[in-house]
Write a protein that binds this ligand. Structure first.
Ligand code: NAI
Length: 338
């Protein structure tokens, strides 16, 4: 029989790892995003326990990824026997890609009617079964679903603004990729902040703060438009079969990794993300995405937008007008449909 000899160094490694036990839960794990996201989380060494929940199919996804030889444990849950409670128990981070995706011709706001109630109900479950977890909302329209989660958690007295994030990382990875195609550079080395929200004109790529501040005129306009509406390229190409799933899974996996690294105490982990932000509260905009330093408590520091040019100021103004409406829509939905 194999026995582990407990030495000083083994004990040390036990105590370090005990502080770094991170259960990550995916709600909507059998979906187009949920499946590859579950795979990528299984490959993340900071994830020690993976809980996969969906209305259908999550046990199958769990059985599948559980054969990958990394150290984490994996379990799949269905709504039977209150599976969501079991799934959420002990969660450090809950990612929510549950909801319907776009079809050609739809905006993200067109998804509101279906996804608002899905996200509201899942947020209630999080408030009940994982009130201390960090929550990353992927389901669209993010500009409205994040305020929905906030309102639900507030109604339960469980809202911690430092722990709720709208995952806008896809806009950032698109910016990095698209600018590298334009400039023939290595996309993995690009720096390109994107602020605002996550839909159309609320997505504000800050070219002037990127590694290519000199891109101007038509080239800049085209680049900005491509980043804002890059999702439409995928929706069109998939021709009715959904929206971005694989690139989105990569984006969410990057966000989750950054958050867990911050939680583990790593310094200077920064990602743009849609959070409860003081920046434009005076104008009635309670959520905004800018660069956020992630730390043990979640949001460690919300960075200001920084220096922008006149062109970007106009983009920000356009974003603010839409954002205000999107946020109000989410808040009002929960008031009217608690
Ligand atoms: P999908 O339809 O392939 O998967 C959604 C999954 O959610 C399905 O497996 C479904 O059974 C599950 N689901 C539905 N209601 C549920 C509930 N109440 N509880 C648990 N699971 C539930 O859709 P896909 O492509 O994975 O997209 C999911 C969402 O992510 C959509 O709203 C989409 O618009 C959004 N999205 C967000 C992006 C972002 O940048 N934040 C990018 C791309 C998509």
């Amino acid at each position: 029989m194999f026995r582990t000899r407990v030495t000083g160094s083994t004990l040390r490694s036990f105590s370090t790892s005990a502080a770094r036990q991170h259960k990550v839960v995916v709600l909507g794990a059998n979906g187009g995003i949920g499946q590859p996201l579950s795979l990528l989380l299984k490959l993340n060494k900071n994830v020690t326990d993976l809980g996969l929940y969906d209305l259908r199919g999550a046990p199958g996804v769990a059985a599948d990824v559980s054969h990958i030889p990394t150290n984490s444990t994996v379990a799949g849950y269905s709504p039977d026997n209150n599976g969501i409670a079991e799934a959420l128990k002990g969660a450090k981070l809950v990612l929510i890609p549950a909801g319907v995706p776009r079809k050609p011709g739809m905006t993200r706001d067109d998804l509101f009617n279906t996804n608002a109630s899905i996200v509201r109900d899942l947020a209630k479950a999080v408030g009940e079964h994982a009130p201390d977890a960090f929550v990353g909302v992927i389901a669209n329209p993010v500009n409205s679903t994040v305020p929905i989660v906030a309102e639900v958690l507030k109604s339960k007295g469980k809202y911690d603004p430092k722990k709720l994030f709208g995952v806008t990382t896809l806009d950032v990875i698109r910016a990095e990729r698209f600018v590298s195609q334009l400039e023939h550079t290595n996309p993995t080395k690009e720096y390109f902040p994107v602020v605002g929200g996550h839909s159309g004109v609320t997505i504000v790529p800050l070219v002037s703060q990127s590694d290519h501040p000199d891109i101007a005129g038509e080239a800049r306009d085209k680049l900005v438009h491509r980043i804002q509406f890059g999702g439409d390229e995928v929706v069109k190409a998939k021709d009715g079969a959904g929206s971005a799933t694989l690139s989105m899974a990569q984006a969410a996996a990057r966000f989750a990794d950054s958050l867990l690294r911050g939680v583990n105490g790593e310094k200077d982990v920064v990602e743009p993300t849609f959070v409860d932000s003081p920046l434009f509260k005076g104008e009635g905009i309670d959520f905004f995405s800018t660069k956020v330093t992630l730390g043990p408590n979640g949001v460690e520091e919300i960075h200001p937008i920084g220096k922008v040019n006149e062109y970007e100021e106009k983009l920000i103004e356009a974003a603010k007008a839409d954002l205000k409406k999107n946020i109000e829509k989410g808040v009002n939905f929960v008031k009217q449909n608690p």
